[in-house]
Design a protein. Structure first.
Lengths: 206, 169
């Protein structure tokens, strides 16, 4: 139906509904933005900003600094649009630029906000909820406790990867310095460790 | 076949499997619940980007107050003051009966300028009078932003264009 010049094999991305169509759509949006379409730019901003928000917050920025960084990154994208040659390159470029800009802001401010200041443990306690809600809260708390036992770098990477659309995993994994195998991105140390923690109970495994 | 990593759990070198994808989905949900992006951020970013070609001075909100209009109970009038280096802009926002709002504004120092109200629907443009007064009688509710430009194109006697942050009317 749609011809895409994307030669990357996509076996890893089995769960994603039609990566080719997505790539074609993003390519079309990027080329419309090149021709000055504010509408296309708006669609890209709406689609990728949640990911970039979590990249910036994972880097330890305050909410208002995160917003400033997103503003800067989107401005910069417009200046560097010619460097985005494939649809999958867009997510990679955005994530890396956001991360660098976040580091720059943090270094400039020397305002370090430790990750565990976000007191997640308090969040699910919103009084008695439905049974299902209680169960979800329990699962989340277990997951959160396990994630907190990972290194700060792993916590950051997993938070980023969790928001990356699957077709973009490969590009982003490479950009973030995660190992990639011959057929695509591998699970990596962080996810393997998290799974071991969750499987083995949380105690004594840090 | 599988080579357990240090005796427990799956290998770090293995490809993603369904358990990984499920776990990543859970992680996404967790952060989504704990620390979501502000819902209006994409709209504000779009607004900001739509102004990218202007030579602008950005005004900041210096003051904001609500005053009860008395008679109609729930309806309040909202007054906001913006300061930029060259200009102070004060606006008063009142609800119209038809669901739109009326925006009355004053520029200080008083001067004739072109004033644009950018909304998500369209952009309204008028001129302020010699006393720096201007009024938009019907503005749709939602995000809006004021841009104060020189009175005539290409003439910069009145100073640079000034833009306010996006507001929710």
């Amino acid at each position: 139906m749609i011809a895409v010049d994307d030669r990357r094999p996509a076996p890893v991305l089995a769960n994603q509904p039609d990566p080719a169509a997505r790539a074609a759509r993003i390519a079309a949006l990027v080329s419309a933005v090149r021709q000055g379409s504010d509408e296309a730019l708006g669609q890209i901003v709406t689609e990728f900003s949640p990911l970039l928000w979590h990249v910036a917050r994972a880097a330890g920025l305050s909410p208002s600094d995160a917003e400033d960084v997103l503003q800067t990154v989107w401005m910069r994208l417009l200046e560097h649009l010619d460097e985005i040659r494939t649809p999958t390159a867009l997510a990679g470029w955005l994530v890396i630029t956001t991360r660098r800009e976040a580091w720059r802001v943090r270094a400039a401010e020397r305002k370090q906000i430790p990750a565990d200041q976000e007191s997640f443990a308090e969040l699910p306690d919103q009084g008695p909820g439905s049974e299902e809600q209680v169960m979800i809260d329990d699962q989340r708390r277990t997951l959160w406790m396990a994630i907190r036992q990972l290194s700060p770098r792993c916590q950051e990477l997993l938070r980023i990867v969790a928001f990356v659309p699957r077709p973009d995993y490969a590009a982003i994994a490479a950009e973030l310095g995660m190992q990639t195998g011959s057929i695509g991105p591998t699970r990596g140390r962080c996810l393997a460790k998290l799974r071991a923690l969750l499987a083995g109970g949380l105690e004594g495994n840090a | 076949m599988t080579r357990p990593d240090a005796g427990s759990g799956p290998s770090a070198d293995g490809p993603f499997d369904d358990v990984d994808f499920g776990l990543l989905d859970d992680i996404q949900e967790m952060y989504q619940a704990a620390d979501p992006m502000p819902a209006d951020l994409p709209d504000r970013l779009r607004f900001f980007l739509s102004l990218r070609d202007l030579e602008i001075e950005v005004a900041r909100i210096a003051d904001e107050e609500l005053s009860a209009a008395g008679v109609r109970g729930a309806e309040q009038s909202r007054t906001i003051t913006f300061d930029s280096e060259s200009l102070t802009v004060m606006i008063r926002i009142d609800a119209n009966a038809d669901g739109t709002v009326r925006v009355d504004g004053w520029l200080a120092p008083p001067q004739r300028r072109e004033v644009e109200m950018k909304t998500t629907v369209d952009a309204l443009s008028i001129s302020s009078d010699e006393q720096g007064r201007f009024a938009f009688t019907r503005v749709p509710r939602g995000l809006a932003q004021l841009i104060v430009r020189p009175a005539e194109q290409g003439q910069d006697e009145g100073g640079p264009s000034v833009v306010t942050p996006a507001l929710i009317l």
